[in-house]
Design a protein around this ligand. Structure first.
Ligand SMILES: [Zn+2]
Length: 101
């Protein structure tokens, strides 16, 4: 067993799990139940984690997840037209002044 990734969103972790399983990679989610008591523990301890069952699958699984992340956030960083601030691609509006992309 090897830990692949963790995310605050169980939906994201589930998505990755589906991606891996569709490629025939056995994996399991840890901490999916603990999410309900977030607030009582440090956040990074209750984030759902995705683990590969077989260590030999790790490299391929990692690549698939990296690709899945890229697929989900295809946007390039962009520059705000109003204030000129650089914004990460996943933000639809400027984090600084609120202007939309
Ligand atoms: Zn701006």
């Amino acid at each position: 067993m090897k830990k692949l990734t963790a995310s605050e969103s169980l939906i994201t972790i589930n998505h990755f799990k589906n991606v891996l399983q569709s490629e025939g990679i056995a994996c399991r989610i840890k901490n999916s139940i603990l999410g309900g008591i977030a607030g009582e523990m440090p956040l990074d301890q209750v984030w759902p984690e995705l683990w590969v069952i077989n260590d030999l699958d790790y490299d391929r699984a990692k690549q698939l997840i990296d690709k899945a992340i890229t697929d989900e956030s295809p946007q390039e960083p962009w520059k705000c037209r109003k204030c000129g601030e650089e914004n990460e691609g996943q933000f639809a509006a400027c984090w600084k002044c609120g202007a939309s992309a």
